[in-house]
Write a new protein. Structure first.
Length: 193
C-alpha cells in the first residue's frame, strides 16, 4: 500500500507540473504576443495623433460607396475644409458599413499645419475603429486562449480527486471473503495433507 501511495503522489506531481507548463505556454505564446501587438498599435496611433496640431471645422460633401466581395456596402465620408485660403477635399482614413455622417454635416477635425492635406477626425479614425474591433478580438481571444486553460484546470482537478479517491480506497480495503480452501477446516477430515 505504501508503494501505491508513492505512485499516486508521483502521478499527481506530474499532472500538476504538466498543467503549470501548459498554462505558461498559453501565456507565453498567446497572451504576451497579443498584448504586445495591441500596445504597438496604440503607440503608433499616439505618435500619428501628435502630428495633427490644428483644429478646424470641415463639411461632409459626400460619402463614397464601395462594395466588398460579399456584397457589403462600405461608406467613406469625404471632408472638405479650408486652410490658409486653400480648399481641401480629403476622404476619411477609414470606412464602415454604417454611414457615420450625412452629406452637409459639420465636423470638427484636426489637421497638420505643416501638411494641411492630412487630417484626422477624432471621432472617426483608425483608433476608434481599432478600439471597436479590439473589443471583438479580445472576446474571441478570451474564448480561444482562456477557455481551454479553464477546461484543463477542471481536468486536473478531476484527476487529483480521482487519485485521492484511489488513495482513500487503498488505505481502507474493502472486506473480502477468505478463499474457499482456507474456509474448509474440518478437524474430522482425514484427507488433509
Amino acid at each position: 500500500m505504501e508503494n501505491g501511495n508513492k505512485k499516486n503522489s508521483g502521478l499527481m506531481a506530474v499532472v500538476v507540473v504538466v498543467a503549470v507548463l501548459i498554462i505558461l505556454g498559453v501565456v507565453t505564446f498567446a497572451i504576451i504576443p497579443f498584448l504586445t501587438v495591441r500596445k504597438m498599435v496604440d503607440d503608433s496611433m499616439d505618435m500619428a495623433d501628435g502630428n495633427y496640431d490644428t483644429v478646424i471645422t470641415a463639411v461632409i460633401t459626400e460619402n463614397t460607396v464601395r462594395y466588398d466581395e460579399d456584397g457589403t456596402t462600405f461608406y467613406t465620408p469625404v471632408y472638405e475644409y479650408e486652410y490658409n485660403g486653400k480648399t481641401y477635399r480629403v476622404p476619411a482614413g477609414v470606412s464602415s458599413s454604417d454611414k457615420k455622417y450625412s452629406d452637409g454635416d459639420r465636423v470638427e477635425i484636426r489637421i497638420s499645419s505643416s501638411f494641411p492635406g492630412r487630417m484626422t477626425d477624432p471621432n472617426y479614425n483608425v483608433r476608434t475603429s481599432f478600439k471597436k474591433a479590439s473589443k471583438t478580438i479580445t472576446s474571441v481571444f478570451l474564448v480561444v486562449a482562456v477557455v481551454p486553460v479553464i477546461i484543463m484546470l477542471a481536468i486536473v482537478i478531476i484527476i487529483i480527486a480521482v487519485i485521492k479517491s484511489i488513495r482513500k480506497n487503498e488505505s481502507h480495503p474493502a472486506y473480502t471473503a477468505p478463499d474457499q480452501q482456507d474456509e474448509y477446516n474440518d478437524p474430522n477430515d482425514d484427507h488433509r495433507g
